[in-house]
Design a protein around this ligand. Structure first.
Ligand SMILES: NC(=O)c1ccc[n+]([C@@H]2O[C@H](COP(=O)([O-])OP(=O)(O)OC[C@H]3O[C@@H](n4cnc5c(N)ncnc54)[C@H](OP(=O)(O)O)[C@@H]3O)[C@@H](O)[C@H]2O)c1
Length: 292
């Protein structure tokens, strides 16, 4: 059974390592972070392995997972490769932004396996990893080893060599990070309306969940409802007035999102007479010149 070594065992690295090792198809290996203390913390989370440095000869023949931040991975892979005294059997990284061949200086079969989920809380991510899409590309020799282990860990494997990996990464940022941003904005408004935060969190999360189900069942255009979709200028005016107590940056964010929503609404129901006034109202809110 190969050892799973990890260089860069942060939020994503430790969660993935724990799930892969739990399959019983790889065994805990060396864990290398910037400090041995941090590596020891990751080892405790994984429940096995050993804190080490990149000059450790026991890396030979194991599987090497790189969970380094993207910028570090891209800039340090050459120097890291020179520091390694031995070669692993294969290497893969977890980045959604970088291609597998960024690892080619290691001169072993390489792959990129991007788990499409947020790892903000590694413990939560481990518990909810089942059915997580893992988007993979790279060399066949590495992929053939990794796929059965990821699938045994609960992943849904998707072979996809993106033609523009930056665009793929941007897609995941839009879907995941912006959902968090809109939830934060909505919660702030609900609290302004007088709803206790815990209750606001529950109600608004359920609302977003329901909207996601509706988008999944149809598409973003058909799933759209609300005062902008209805071109209800009076209701929109009231919404805009209610934003008065928000900081300017939040009002502009709301305005930018509302304008994008209006564009979707026009695709859905065609242009309406009130749309011109509505667009002006929303452009003012977004802080954009009318003739922009
Ligand atoms: N977070 C997510 O939601 C998510 C989702 C999918 C994919 N990913 C991908 O996973 C990768 C890691 O992201 P992350 O969010 O897990 O990052 P992270 O939590 O910041 O962890 C990065 C780890 O790399 C270590 N590190 C940094 N520089 C190092 C160096 N020079 N030598 C050795 N170790 C070093 C850090 O060590 P210290 O602890 O000692 O600082 C830390 O443990 C990225 O490629 C990211 O795109 C992340």
């Amino acid at each position: 059974m190969p050892a799973l070594h990890v260089i860069g065992c942060g939020r994503a690295g430790r969660a993935i390592a724990r799930r892969l090792i739990a399959t019983g198809r790889v065994r805990p290996g060396l864990v290398i972070n910037r400090t041995l203390e941090s590596a020891a913390d990751a080892v405790a989370f994984i429940g096995g392995g050993e804190p080490a440095t990149a000059s450790d000869e026991r890396l030979a023949g194991g599987w090497l997972m790189l969970g380094l931040p993207d910028g570090v991975l891209a800039s340090k892979i050459h120097s890291l490769s020179q520091r390694l005294p031995v070669r692993p059997a294969l290497a893969f990284h977890l980045s959604g932004a970088l291609p597998a061949d960024v690892l080619s200086p290691l001169e072993v079969p390489v792959a990129s396996v991007h788990p499409v989920r947020a790892f903000a809380d590694p413990r939560f991510a481990v518990e909810h990893f089942e059915r997580t899409w893992c988007v993979a590309e790279g060399e066949r020799e590495a992929l053939d080893c990794l796929q059965p282990v990821f699938e045994a860990a609960g992943a849904r494997w998707l072979s996809f060599a993106s033609t523009h990996k930056g665009a793929w990464h941007a897609a995941t940022v839009a879907a995941s990070n912006f959902l968090v941003t809109t939830q934060a904005l909505a919660r702030e408004l609900a609290v302004l309306a007088g709803l206790p935060e815990a209750q606001a969190a529950e109600v608004l999360s359920d609302l977003q969940q329901g909207t996601l189900e509706s988008v999944r069942a149809s598409d973003p255009v058909r799933a759209l409802t609300g005062p902008i979709e209805r071109s209800d200028f009076t209701a929109c005016r009231r919404v805009v007035d209610a934003l008065d107590r928000l900081p300017a940056q939040q009002r502009q964010l709301f305005g930018a999102l509302a304008l994008a929503t209006l564009d979707l609404a026009v695709v859905k129901r065609g242009a309406r007479e009130t749309d011109a006034d509505l667009r002006k109202l929303l452009r003012d809110l977004a802080g954009r010149p009318t003739n922009d």
